[in-house]
Design a protein around this ligand. Structure first.
Ligand SMILES: O=c1ccn([C@@H]2O[C@H](COP(=O)(O)O)[C@@H](O)[C@H]2O)c(=O)[nH]1
Length: 238
């Protein structure tokens, strides 16, 4: 994986995607389709984005009993996306089943999509984790524990904030992917996110890929915002 900037397409219908992509006609993008868009438009939206030549992270965060997740991944594998995910809280057996499902579902000769696991959502603070999930350790310890479980299950990496990415990289090496949402250029417009970081900080921590939604999709000029965040992420001197 070549350190992509993944744009989160948190839209409710295809037409919004079509309008959003118009200024990006010269860019080959890595796009994230999440629950809102996929539940509204179904597999057709994946097909549409693929035909436009972009890579896709299908962010449905599967979390269910192992047999159900295996079946779900078998179906998702047929869509030909580049990355899928589960919640690490589902456990090691569930994550192993996710991989089995993907292996069953992919077409012959096609590369299996990257499969990664969410550790602690970037909208979760340490206080929330300890008081609501009753996890009596630090947030970093919890994220590291879930990363260890994910690694044991054979997945390709984790979703974590850039604040934990350096720790994970020091334990598991750069071959284990760290995909980080909660990116806020200049630290602005945090919204519901709790563990945020700038693109520059993410790069310095060795993050494998950043996920950026509202700072691009809600910007007055999305293409300009994308290019500016990409420059900071790639360390291009302005
Ligand atoms: O821990 C997580 C896991 C997934 N996300 C997703 O990333 C984007 C972030 O969007 P912003 O608008 O840049 O906040 C969004 O689609 C989330 O579902 C995450 O934020 N944190």
């Amino acid at each position: 994986m070549n350190n992509p900037l993944i744009i989160a397409l948190d839209f409710s219908e295809k037409q919004q995607v079509v309008d959003f992509l118009k200024p990006f006609k010269d860019e080959k993008l890595f796009l994230k389709v999440g629950m809102e868009l996929f539940y509204a438009e179904g597999p057709a939206i994946v097909q549409f984005i693929k035909e436009a030549g972009h890579e896709i992270f299908l962010d449905l965060k599967l979390h269910d009993i192992p047999n159900t997740v295996k079946g779900g991944m078998k179906s998702l594998a047929r869509l030909g996306v580049d990355m899928v995910n589960v919640h690490a809280a589902g456990g090691r057996e569930m994550m192993e089943s996710a991989l089995e499902g993907l292996d069953c579902g992919i077409k012959a000769g096609v590369k299996r999509p990257y499969c990664i696991a969410v550790t602690q959502l970037t909208s979760t603070s340490e206080n929330q984790m300890q008081c609501e999930q009753l996890i009596p350790v630090s947030l970093q310890e919890s994220v590291l524990h879930y990363a260890e479980l994910t690694k044991q299950a054979g997945l390709d990496g984790v979703v974590c904030s850039a604040q934990e990415a350096g720790l994970i990289r020091s334990h598991f090496g750069k071959g284990f992917l760290t995909v980080s949402p909660g990116i806020r250029p200049g630290g602005n417009g945090i919204g519901d996110q709790k563990r945020v970081a700038t693109p520059q900080f993410a790069r310095e921590q060795g993050v494998s890929a950043i996920v950026v939604g509202r700072p691009i999709t809600q910007a007055e000029h999305p293409l300009e915002s994308y290019l500016s965040i990409k420059q900071e992420w790639e360390g291009v001197l302005l």
